[in-house]
Design a protein around this ligand. Structure first.
Ligand code: ATP
Length: 319
């Protein structure tokens, strides 16, 4: 193998830059020519290839977002779009491609692998919704951002003795809500994987108030429904007034934590080693402290269940 390429796709995540850096520098260390593709799969289709050298990834390890830019490409979902992308890879002599992104990006990577390019996926998404890895790149930074917000909201919630609903990202996956709720000491965590009952939330708030609790924080993943609607329901049905904060896209950006930088560095390098070993249609994942690789199609067939023990613990610690 002489030439590889790297791209970032789907939602940006803090640590993607550290992963790009690791791919580029490991590739150069192994005497490979490395291309960066601008704007993910759309850039592959539009032929946006850029030769990367060691200094082109300098000064980015600490930056959020992605230096290679990202995109959501509808064209790549079509066979014609993928043919164009494949043709441009071949015309640049690219034999191996590293795709840094979420599960949608992995679905695209699987198509390219079947067309004949060696592809390795690196899980980069704040949602932590990819199976076969305990953490995705960006998740740790995102939950730290949420915890910081919860800390601030708690000051005001306590001072004004209020119930506060904090809506966090997670359309199908409750990991951001669960782990930030646990770390932030939330009284209630609402996740799409688990049913919930508003009446029980109200009872818990009232129990808390009876024993002198001044604040009450409810962290809800966007996948359980709009926090504004939940707030209205709590007021209209149970007479419970709540304040709502929707954290939105501030959860995506920001300087990556040391954990995410290290994870991204290890995964990016491992992706290049995998390519050099002739592997394809594999994703790298963190399992028991080690970076391992898994078949992408196998990973996409799995559902990453919520850590039930952790979910129960969040309930126990917030009695
Ligand atoms: P995040 O989890 O942060 O949203 P993602 O990688 O899941 O990241 P998507 O928008 O789902 O984000 O996917 C990124 C891109 O991958 C899409 O814009 C599309 O170009 C490509 N893609 C997604 N799903 C498929 C698919 N089933 N077939 C081909 N390409 C796909």
């Amino acid at each position: 193998m002489k030439t590889i390429a790297v791209l970032t796709s789907g939602g940006d995540a803090p640590g993607m830059n550290a992963a790009i850096r690791a791919v580029v520098r490991t590739g150069i260390y192994k005497n490979l020519q490395v291309y960066g593709v601008i704007q993910g799969y759309q850039g592959l289709i539009e032929n946006k290839f850029k030769i990367m050298d060691a200094s082109s990834v300098g000064d980015i390890i600490h930056r959020g977002g992605t230096k290679l830019l990202t995109a959501r490409s509808e064209e790549f979902r079509t066979p014609k779009g993928r043919e164009k992308a494949y043709g441009n890879l071949v015309s640049h002599g690219v034999e191996g491609l590293v795709v840094i992104g979420g599960d949608g990006s992995f679905a695209g990577a699987s198509y390219l692998a079947k067309m004949g390019i060696q592809v390795i996926g690196v899980p980069g998404t704040i949602d932590n919704d990819i199976p076969c890895t305990q953490s995705t790149i960006g998740f740790d930074t995102a939950i730290n951002t949420v915890v910081e917000a919860i800390n601030k909201i708690r000051d005001t919630a306590t001072s004004h003795q209020r119930v506060w609903l904090v809506e966090v990202m997670g359309r199908h996956c409750g990991y951001i809500a669960l782990e930030s709720g646990l770390a932030g000491g939330a009284e209630t965590v609402l996740v799409p994987e688990e049913p919930f009952c508003l009446e029980n939330i109200v009872k818990k708030v009232r129990r808390g108030r009876e024993r002198g609790k001044l604040h009450n924080i409810i962290v809800s993943a966007e996948g359980v429904g709009s926090a504004m609607d939940i707030s209205k329901q709590l007021e209209n049905t149970y007479g419970l007034k709540t304040k709502v904060t929707i954290l939105g896209h501030i959860q995506r950006g920001g300087t990556p934590t040391a954990f995410d930088r290290i994870l991204a560095s290890r995964m990016g390098a491992e992706a290049v080693f995998n390519l050099l070993e002739g592997k394809s249609n594999r994703m790298v994942g963190l399992v028991d402290g080690q970076i391992k690789d898994f078949d992408i199609d196998f990973a996409l067939r799995q559902t990453k269940g919520l850590d039930q023990k952790m979910y129960q613990l969040a309930g126990i610690l917030s009695i």
